[in-house]
Write a protein that binds this ligand. Structure first.
Ligand SMILES: Cc1ncc(COP(=O)(O)O)c(C=O)c1O
Length: 396
């Protein structure tokens, strides 16, 4: 047995999807690099052409490497189907394509990851699907926005840049009352800290490039669903010709085994750094849902079992050379996109150009941090030195 629903997620993480005795007892499954898969005889060949053939037919559709990872992720979320796709962005675009057609309308949170919006405003629009963006904090009020042709409500909670939490149960209730499906980008929550299926969400997406793979060396996403929803996700991905490289799948399933310890450590360090930043005079606002100062903290306490190490701050306005002094001298915080890896990252960005439903009017600079696995005191010291460099330029 490689999984037992009575085990806690921490235990299931270690064992789900692993079948050592299928591989001569090897603890980790081998990497199956396969396109062609030979059938042993004509009868099996004929069986293999049927859509519900349980074996392997072609590398695009499934290999033992994809199944090992998908089985582990499905078990963690308690979902019937998991489909691994080639990136976190692909999981979003494929799920949207799967549940819309020309003439449909979708509602997307204004706090969504920017490339999600780019896809909606570009390719989806080109194919006749309109997108309306809504206030992430709308909750049950989403009911007023639903139109007869609305097919999907897309959520991301918290938004990965501006960290607003969404009242997912309230949104699901309003959506289902109108026959509309709900999808969530659950990359911050992960299966360990927020299981959207427990709140009625239909389509769960997680960019496993982040915490699951966890080493900044893999790009991969997963789409999960039950029954016909799950099958549609699979069929759409395969019709689009999407699959994943065996080595990436292997690394992601290996990442699962250590996810909890890495995530706990990243979250704990993130909180320590965030609490320190909150008291700095240079910091105008802290955006971390797991801290009481966050406007949605009550929702986080209600719905989440833990935090991630990703949060943002708004810095009081600084001059260009002061910003340069802050970022250019950092030794531990790498200036780069993505998150969930073992190393700490920081980016500076301005969300005002991507907000349409709730405008971003903050003066100052939005800086997003991802706390990695370094000692949090060293991370704080690195930021302390950065603020000292900024202060040294104050009068100049
Ligand atoms: C919240 C969120 N969703 C999706 C993605 C896309 O994942 P990927 O980089 O694997 O395409 C990202 C990437 O940063 C993200 O932050």
């Amino acid at each position: 047995m490689t999984d037992d629903p009575d085990w806690t997620p921490a235990t299931r993480l270690v064992h789900a999807g692993r079948h050592p005795q299928d591989h001569y007892g090897a603890v980790n499954p081998p990497v199956y690099r396969a396109s062609t898969i030979l059938q042993p005889d004509l009868a099996t060949w004929r069986e293999a052409t049927k859509p519900d053939f349980p074996g392997y037919r072609y590398g695009l559709l499934a290999t033992p490497s994809s199944r090992a990872f998908e089985e582990g992720m499905a078990a963690l979320y308690g979902a019937e189907h998991c489909v691994a796709v080639s990136s976190g962005l692909a999981m979003i675009t494929i799920a949207m394509l799967a549940f819309t057609q020309s003439g449909d309308d979708i509602l997307v949170t204004d706090s969504a990851y920017e490339p999600t919006r780019t896809f909606c405003d570009g390719i989806l629009q080109k194919f006749g699907v309109s997108t309306r963006y809504y206030d992430p904090r709308i909750g049950a009020g989403i009911a007023d926005l639903i139109r007869p042709n609305t097919k999907l409500i897309f959520t991301e909670s918290p938004g990965s840049l501006t960290l607003e939490l969404q009242d997912i149960p309230a949104i699901v209730q309003a959506a289902h009352a109108a026959g509309v499906k709900v999808a969530i980008d659950n990359t911050w929550g992960t299966a360990l800290h927020f299981n959207p299926f427990h709140h009625g969400v239909d389509i769960v997406l997680e960019a496993t490039s982040k915490y699951v793979a966890g080493h900044s060396d893999v790009i991969l996403g997963v789409m999960l669903g039950n029954g016909a929803v799950g099958r549609k996700l699979f069929v759409t991905a395969k019709q689009l010709g999407v699959c994943c490289g065996a080595d990436d799948l292997y690394l992601a399933q290996r990442g699962l085994r250590t996810l909890k310890v890495r995530l706990d450590r990243s979250a704990e360090s993130g909180l320590k750094v965030a609490r320190w930043l909150e008291h700095r005079p240079e910091v105008k606002r802290l955006l971390h849902p797991a801290l009481p100062s966050h406007p949605d903290h009550a929702l986080w306490r209600r719905d989440f079992a833990g935090a991630a190490g990703l949060f943002s701050i708004v810095l009081h306005p600084l001059r260009h050379e002061q910003l340069g002094a802050f970022f250019d001298g950092l030794r531990l915080w790498g200036l780069g996109v993505s998150w969930g890896g073992y190393e700490s990252l920081v980016i500076i960005t301005d969300p005002s150009h991507v907000r349409t439903a709730v405008l971003w009017t903050e003066t100052g600079h939005l800086v997003r941090f991802h706390a990695g696995l370094e000692d949090p005191d060293d991370l704080i010291a690195d930021l302390d030195a950065a603020f000292a460099r900024v202060a040294a330029l104050a009068g100049s």
